[in-house]
Design a protein around this ligand. Structure first.
Ligand SMILES: Nc1ncnc2c1ncn2[C@@H]1O[C@H](COP(=O)(O)OP(=O)(O)OP(=O)(O)O)[C@@H](O)[C@H]1O
Length: 600
């Protein structure tokens, strides 16, 4: 166990002790009730951190899921005398199913359409609670029984406190574990957009649904606890206004931090209580003035501290107690199965008469070429020649209007990028697509996503319970090996966003290598690199070729291409105009005319 881990363990123990001791002290009842409310808000907020702060999907509708949990138990315990301990799983099932259906319909929406959709179902469910006869309409349901556990009467706030906070800390632990895993990297990659994550083999649709359902389940548990704490429910606490308040909590606490959810819930609840007393006294009349103050705080936060309070506190703590530098991992020999590499010189990729039309524009026109195992092929041409489009056709980011692509004897035409990544084609991007707040090691480990042998559900459950530590260590070891291969091992714990552009480009290559590809597709790998960096990159690529890797690269830097590649394909206006060895291409009249004409 290293020093960082022991520091974390000590902090966790102090926190646990504080939570346990708080109600045992002669703490006034008022503060116990406040702590219970903070716990209920924190549960919803943890889900929102996963969904919005980390997954990048803004939801205004979480209060409706709290409502489903609360109304399910309220109705079943009062009208059907079902035990509250049975209504909890029933509520979770109903919430989970509703969230799954809503998620399937709405999560495909992009931009502002998704938040608008969450507002729509938030409002719909609120009115549903208020209109249904057997749910008591706007008067709601009263006479909900208190919880009983091991002979303890949880009607007493001090007793209920322990249950609420055990659940909150449990949820915090599960969420932190989830994020610190292969599944967590996939979830964090969602914010970087679909393209990169899918190219690394991440099923983005599945992970979006996963965190949507998890966030809804946490909200549902909060609703269940709320109903048995209040002993009465009506639609008001589940309205759109409350949905906005939950979002406000995570923005204040730190929208991308699980601990920020707890902090935001505490700060908001305590602030609201103080303002509710203070403002009417100051202004001389009653009213919801605290909402105005919250509005102003929100605007100030969005302008000056978008990350919220948690990162601010962490930065302060790091200044007081500088964090211990993590040691550079010395990668052990790989323990994960690798693909069988085809014999050097055997045909690996064959592109046959491929075409792509964008409306009236023919971006790629009947282009054919091949890549043999163990060779580096360059795809060159002037700007707009169709090189990137060809790349995107090979990697499944675009679908061809005609022609075919065969890889390792299999026809892969029309497959989507995840399926193509699964077959052993990994790529980098013209405009670097890294996750800037993640470390270099974690970014590279994302490339190893497909190398886990566990299924989706098992992997997620194991990740939440931290039962996959051995496999996680193997994946991180693979990432460390890839970083060592490209000479960036000394930067493995550095945030990717802090690296120079040249290093970021090489980091993308390491991430692609971590997929254990048979073919590496590099889109302008030398763009923006200085002379020495280009030389270093060229050396890395030559070493990869020597180790049997096949590479197809698009590049503008002629010197780089000519000294590195075995074979070159030249495109102009979407068509192939020449191909051959670097020497042949340098002499080719059509190339000199069309492309190298200006460089005598
Ligand atoms: N999604 C798209 N919709 C419409 N036109 C597109 C699209 N993508 C590319 N094009 C057009 O297709 C042509 C080829 O573009 P492409 O990006 O493949 O060229 P390139 O050779 O990679 O250029 P560069 O070297 O500047 O990156 C260009 O005219 C471009 O404007």
């Amino acid at each position: 166990m290293n020093i960082m881990q022991s520091q974390k363990k000590i902090l966790s123990l102090i926190l646990l002790l504080a939570v346990v001791v708080f109600p045992l002290l002669p703490t006034p009842q008022f503060w116990i009730i406040q702590a219970n409310y903070i716990g209920l808000y924190a549960l919803v907020a943890i889900g929102l951190v996963l969904l919005t702060g980390i997954g990048g999907m803004t939801s205004f509708g979480q209060a409706a899921f709290v409502g489903i949990g609360a109304y399910t138990t309220s109705y079943l315990t009062t009208a059907c005398a079902v035990s509250p301990w049975l209504t909890l799983p029933i509520g979770l099932l109903i919430t989970g199913m509703s969230a799954y259906v809503l998620g399937r319909i709405t999560l495909r929406m992009s931009g502002h359409y998704l938040p608008l959709a969450t507002i729509a179902w938030g409002i719909s469910l609120y009115f549903l609670f208020g209109k249904v006869e057997w749910l008591g309409k706007y008067d709601g349901i009263a006479g909900i029984p208190a919880l009983q556990l091991f002979g303890f009467d949880l009607a007493q706030e001090r007793h209920l406190y322990f249950l609420i906070w055990a659940i909150v800390l449990g949820a915090t632990w599960l969420a932190l574990n989830l994020l610190d895993s292969r599944a967590g990297r996939a979830i964090r990659a969602l914010k970087g957009g679909r393209t990169m994550a899918e190219a690394m083999g991440v099923d983005t649709g599945r992970y979006k649904i996963l965190i949507f359902v998890l966030a809804a389940l946490l909200a549902s548990v909060s609703g269940w606890l709320f109903a048995h704490m209040q002993r009465t429910v009506n639609p008001s606490p589940f309205s759109l206004a409350m949905g906005i308040e939950y979002l406000f909590i995570v923005v204040v606490g730190g929208i991308a931090h699980v601990w920020g959810a707890l902090l935001g819930a505490g700060v908001l609840k305590l602030l609201a209580d103080q303002l509710q007393v203070l403002l009417p006294a100051l202004l001389g009349s009653g009213g919801n003035y605290e909402s105005i103050v919250f509005g102003v705080i929100l605007i100030l936060l969005l302008k000056y501290a978008r990350g919220g309070l948690w990162p601010w506190i962490c930065a302060l703590a790091a200044r007081l107690v500088p964090p211990v530098k993590k040691p550079v991992l010395q990668p052990a020999a790989s323990t994960i199965a690798r693909r069988e590499v085809p014999a050097k010189g055997s045909p690996l990729l064959q592109v046959e008469q491929i075409s792509k039309r964008f409306g009236g524009l023919v971006a790629v026109n009947d282009v054919s070429f091949g890549v043999k195992a163990g060779e580096i092929v360059g795809l060159i041409g002037p700007n707009g020649a169709g090189k990137s489009t060809t790349f995107n056709l090979v990697t499944g980011l675009l679908h061809a209007s005609g022609g075919s692509v065969t890889f390792n004897t299999e026809n892969i035409t029309g497959l989507h990028s995840r399926a193509i990544a699964t077959r052993g084609i990994a790529r980098t991007f013209q405009h670097v697509k890294l996750l800037p707040s993640m470390s270099a090691l974690e970014n590279v480990a994302l490339g190893a996503h497909l190398r886990s042998e566990q299924g989706f559900v098992r992997n997620t459950v194991n990740a939440m319970l931290h039962l996959e530590r051995k496999e996680e260590q193997e994946l991180l070891n693979e990432a460390a090996r890839a970083l060592t291969r490209v000479g960036l091992q000394h930067l493995m714990h550095e945030q990717a966003g802090n690296l120079a552009l040249g290093q970021q480009r090489i980091l993308e290559i390491a991430r692609a290598l971590c997929c254990d590809p048979l073919l590496l597709l590099l889109d302008e790998p030398a763009a923006g690199l200085r002379h020495l960096e280009k030389q270093a990159l060229s050396k890395v690529l030559q070493e990869l070729r020597e180790s049997g890797m096949s590479i197809l690269l698009v590049e503008h830097d002629m010197e780089f291409v000519m000294q590195l590649t075995d074979h070159i394909v030249v495109m102009e206006f979407g068509a192939k105009i020449a191909e051959g060895t670097p020497e042949q291409i340098q002499q080719h009249p059509a190339v000199i005319e069309a492309y190298l004409g200006g460089i005598e």
